[in-house]
Structures are given as structure tokens and as C-alpha cells.
Design a protein around this ligand. Structure first.
Ligand code: FES
Length: 583
């Protein structure tokens, strides 16, 4: 819904791409010549909005394996609307394959997206992604460029079933791995699961980080309304991709760029949806990073305030018992947003320039068990929420947890610490039958944060020692400066800031110290005297590897802490980078 009375760039001739194509100069001649070298006639691109399609397809990213074909669908839409589409391949970050963690490369893709747009004659962009970090990375980069953008989510994979039971990617992998360790399933079962659990194109079918971030992007207005819920294999998915192509052309003509429509209210709407989805704790980092790129102030406190009001309504793994297919058939994000409308800024607009109220009012819910009413949540607020923020002498700048995933008996807990300095040490020792550990022990992993690992891997769902698993222990208090996969659950305290590697208090804890957790009070403390902590601080020596070269070296030098979004310090806030000279 664009204001047709408003002067368009068609009338005032301000397309960015025309700086490359229009002038009667030898350089512009070369730009036109090289475009025609690819077989395009002059009339096909001259004077038309040039639409970049940033595509994160690769053979190493299973969740994005269909994005080559989806780029073609986007192109179809762009041609139909009178634009000129160009596909720009970008770093693909398949969550499972990329080591040590895709988080190490989120800022890499964000930089690549921004610079791809800056260096080329692009008027507007369709962003193709969905697997975990690709959504915030693409949005961060495009927000910094501030040209019209639309996000085309990869879509979740089709529901898997094994022995009659629904299988959710990630969530059930962990469950069956523990069962294999205990001998509850056979090696043959395990191999069968390997070929059956992830049974189609698309992103993880639980409310993990991928669906959390694409759904938040949807609620914020970065996608076509409801687009994030469409399964990747559904015929409506390429239809949606084509509509993205058509919409972006209009957006370019009306200069509908983020700085004209993206407000703090869009972020607050995204956070309301995040909480009702029972979404991944990773979103807390990405939202702050995205807001910084748009020069919109956003903090953990903003999320904390909303988290206390919004219970989990989406009955989806890992918080509930359904998968993304079920969510789509129940009405998807539109239906969820309708149930949340009392908490939303309904006048906020997104890529279509419609106020949210326009489509929220028309939404229907077709399954009130999958998308619950506020008076019948999946998890009542009294039992936790999607994001709890903790503070104390162990995490002065905050730590987070999904309190709805914590065991009731551990919500208030004091226990002795068992500290591991590295993930390798933890892996080597955790299943040792002689390990001095009980169900009350608080397992701690440090040097796993943004600088320490580096890249803050998803190691935070620390394993339960085998000897306790055999005793029937299924959850313990676990603390780290790492992150946790959105598909996992348990009493895991994450994102401790400042992290151990830069001298945060987590570096001072010693095995045997008593750790005091009180989720309701929002506190996490080590019961150690300040004078003793001062003594330990003076004797502290860094335990993490410092990189002298490579991307990891740049990352360690410039990454901010989890409570600040883990962006690079020199990339945050509005862009004052000039347009490239065309000579
Ligand atoms: Fe790609 Fe989960 S591994 S979305």
C-alpha cells in the first residue's frame, strides 16, 4: 500500500543504479556493454529498478539447498513488475556444517551483504536466507546500506516421523543421543534416524533459532505478512518468493527503505512474538545487533520487560509438542499475531507499507491447541518465559536463559561449581566414572564466549555426566559464556557477560565455590568474598587462544559482548560511508 500521490523515483529519476548506467561517459558505456555481454538487451535494464537477490545457497547448506530455484522465482516476480533482477551469491552458513560456529561468521556475512550492495548498481534487495545466523546477518548488512529490502525466508522443512513419533530437527537428535548413550535405543535405530529425521528441504522444523529469527523478521515487517511460516516444500513457498520480487520493485519506486518505516515499535512487536513463540535465546543477541545497525536503542531490559508479560503460546518443540508444519496449518504467524494484538503496536508498518492491523484483523486461527489463547498458554508465566535475564556478581552485565525450559526444582538452587576451562577438557572428563559430581553440582564452562572461543559457539547445553544420566538425572544447572541451540532445553544459563576471556567474573570461579541461582529474583551469584575475588583477579592469566592472523584475529579484536549484540565495534550504528565514486 504505497501512496500513489507521492512522487516516485520513476518521476524524479533518482534510481541509484542509474549512476552506473545512465551517464554518457566511457565508464557508463562499459557498464551497459558488460550487462549486454550477458545477453540482456538495453531495454531490459536501462531505467529499471535493479534488484539484487542476495542468495545464501550452497551445497554445504542443507537448509538452503532450494534457494537457487527460489532465486529464479524471485526473478520471475521482479521481471513481472518491471524490474531487472541480478543474483549475488553470498557466504552460506549451514548451521551444522560450519565450524567452530556460524556465529563466528555472522558479521562476515553482514559485511559481505552490505558491501555487495554498496559496490554494485543495486536499487533494492531481496534477501534469501533462513538458517540461524543468515537472517540477522543479511538484515544487519542491508540495514546498514539502508536501501529498500525484503526478506524471503527459506521456510521450515517438512515434519519427520520415526516409529510413529514426530521428530524435530535438533531437539530429537539430542534426545535420541542421550537414549543411545543409555542403551535405550540401538545403534541400528540411530543409523535409521540419521536418514529419516530431516526429510525435506528447508530449515529446522522446531522453534529453534532459524524459525525464531524468521518469525521475528516477519513480526517486525521485514517479510511479506506470514511468509516465515510457509513450509519450504509447499507450492506456496515459490509463490511467496515471486511476490517478494514483485513487491520490492514497488518499494524501490516509492523509496520505501528501512529508515522511512523501521521504528522501535517494529522491534517491540518482534520481541512480543519472540516471547509467545518460546523462541531461541540467540535472538536476544541478534535483535540488539540489528537495532544498532538501524540506530535504534534496544537493550536486554527492553526484552526483559516484555518477557514478563507474554507467556509461550506457540505449542512447538522444544517448548511444546508440535512442529512448524502444524504451526503453518494452524494459521502461522498471522494467527499468533492476532492473539497477541493487545500487546502489539498495530500501526507499525513493514515492507508492504500496510499497518500491521491491516492483516492481523483478517487472520484466523485453525487450531487453538497449536496456537494457544493468552488464557491457556503452553507454559504459564508462573513457570517461566522465553527469556529471563539474570544479574549478579557472576554476570554483572547480564546472562540469559530460557526459564520456561528450566526444571521446577532448579529454579532456586545453591550448589557447588564444577569448572571446565575449555570445551575439550569438558568433553574429555564429563563421562569419567570418577568425576566428583552430584545432581546438585553446577557445571560451568568458560572461555566459550565471543572472544574466548572465539565466536561464542552453541556449547551452552552442557552434557549431563553419564553417571548421573544412569541415575535418572535429566537436568542440572549449567552456566557458560557460550550460546545454546534454540532446539535445546534445560536449566542452562548462557551469554554470561562480561565473558571469562576478557576478565569477567566467570574467570574467577573455582571448582567447589557455591553458586546461588534464583530465577524468580533474576539473580546469579557466586558465594565468594569480594576480597578473595580480588586476590583471584590479581592472579588471573588468560586461558583462551589469541589469534594473530585470519578472520578470527579481526573478530577477537572487534567483537562486542553478548549484551551488546556481538557486532563489530566499527560496524554498529548508522552508516556514514559515502556512495562509491563512479569513475
Ligand atoms: Fe539450518 Fe537448523 S541447521 S536451520
Amino acid at each position: 500500500m504505497f501512496n500513489k500521490d507521492r512522487l516516485t523515483r520513476r518521476e524524479i529519476g533518482e534510481l541509484r543504479s542509474q549512476r552506473w548506467y545512465a551517464p554518457e561517459t566511457i565508464r557508463a558505456f562499459a557498464h551497459r556493454q558488460r550487462t549486454q555481454q550477458m545477453g540482456f538487451a538495453r531495454e531490459e535494464f536501462l531505467g529499471k529498478p535493479v534488484i539484487g537477490i542476495i542468495n545464501t545457497w550452497s551445497d554445504m547448506s542443507a537448509c538452503h539447498s532450494h534457494l537457487r530455484e527460489r532465486a529464479d522465482a524471485v526473478k520471475r516476480g521482479v521481471w513481472a513488475a518491471g524490474g531487472f533482477p541480478v543474483e549475488l551469491p553470498a557466504l552460506s552458513m549451514g548451521e551444522v556444517m560450519v565450524k567452530p560456529t556460524t556465529m563466528l561468521y555472522r558479521n562476515f556475512l553482514a559485511m559481505e551483504a552490505e558491501e555487495l550492495l554498496r559496490q554494485h548498481p543495486i536499487d533494492g534487495v531481496v534477501l534469501l536466507g533462513g538458517c540461524d545466523k543468515s537472517t540477522p546477518a543479511l538484515l544487519m548488512g542491508a540495514l546498514s546500506m539502508d536501501i529498500p529490502l525484503i526478506f524471503c525466508p527459506a521456510g521450515p522443512m517438512t515434519t519427520g516421523k520415526w516409529h510413529g513419533q514426530a521428530t524435530g530437527a535438533g531437539t530429537h537428535t539430542k534426545k535420541y543421543w542421550d537414549q543411545l548413550r543409555l542403551g535405550a535405543i540401538t545403534q541400528h535405530d540411530w543409523i535409521e534416524l540419521e536418514g529419516a529425521m530431516t526429510r525435506s528441504i528447508g530449515t529446522c522444523n522446531t522453534m529453534g533459532t532459524a524459525s525464531t529469527m524468521t518469525s521475528i523478521a516477519d513480526a517486525m515487517g521485514f517479510t511479506l505478512p506470514g511468509a516465515s511460516s510457509i513450509p519450504a516444500a509447499d507450492c506456496r513457498h515459490p509463490q511467496m518468493a515471486s511476490q517478494c520480487g514483485q513487491t520490492i520493485v514497488d518499494m524501490v519506486w516509492y523509496d520505501h527503505k528501512p529508515s522511512t518505516w523501521l521504528k522501535k515499535d517494529n522491534f517491540l512487536n518482534g520481541i512480543v512474538a519472540y516471547m509467545a513463540l518460546g523462541g531461541s535465546t540467540n535472538a536476544a543477541i541478534h535483535l540488539i545487533a540489528m537495532a544498532n545497525r538501524a540506530s535504534i536503542p534496544l537493550s536486554l531490559e527492553d526484552m526483559e520487560i516484555i518477557a514478563r508479560k507474554i507467556p509461550v503460546l506457540a505449542n512447538l518443540f522444544p517448548s511444546g509438542s508440535n512442529l512448524m508444519d502444524d504451526f503453518f496449518f494452524a494459521g502461522g504467524m498471522k494467527a499468533l499475531m492476532k492473539k497477541l494484538s493487545g500487546f502489539l503496536h498495530l500501526d507499525a508498518v513493514g515492507v508492504t507499507n500496510h499497518p500491521i492491523s491491516h492483516w492481523v484483523e483478517q487472520a484466523d486461527c485453525f487450531d487453538d491447541d497449536v496456537i494457544r489463547d493468552l488464557n491457556n498458554p503452553v507454559i504459564p508465566l508462573s513457570q517461566g518465559c522465553a527469556l529471563a535475564v539474570l544479574r549478579g556478581n557472576l554476570c554483572p552485565n547480564g546472562a540469559v536463559m530460557k526459564s520456561s525450559a528450566a526444571s521446577p526444582q532448579l529454579r532456586k538452587h545453591i550448589g557447588p561449581a564444577l569448572v571446565f576451562d575449555t570445551h575439550q577438557a569438558l568433553s574429555d572428563q564429563i563421562d569419567d566414572p570418577e568425576l566428583n559430581v552430584s545432581k546438585d553440582t553446577v557445571i560451568i564452562l568458560r572461555n566459550a564466549g565471543p572472544v574466548g572461543a572465539p565466536g561464542m559457539p552453541e556449547w551452552g547445553n552442557l552434557p549431563i555426566p553419564k553417571k548421573l544420566l544412569q541415575q535418572g538425572v535429566t537436568d542440572m544447572v549449567r552456566i557458560s559464556d557460550a550460546r545454546m541451540s534454540g532446539t535445546h532445553y534445560g536449566t542452562c544459563i548462557l551469554h554470561v557477560a562480561p565473558e571469562a576471556a576478557i576478565g569477567g567474573p566467570l574467570a574467577l570461579v573455582q571448582t567447589g565455590d557455591l553458586i546461588d541461582l534464583d530465577i524468580a529474583a533474576g539473580t546469579l551469584n557466586m558465594l565468594v568474598d569480594d576480597s578473595e575475588l580480588d586476590r583471584r583477579r590479581a592472579a588471573l592469566t588468560p586461558q583462551h587462544k589469541v589469534f594473530g592472523r585470519s578472520w578470527a584475529a579481526l573478530y577477537q579484536q572487534h567483537v562486542t559482548q553478548a549484551n551488546e549484540g556481538c557486532d563489530f565495534d566499527f560496524l554498529q550504528s548508522g552508516s556514514d560511508v559515502p556512495e562509491p565514486p563512479i569513475f
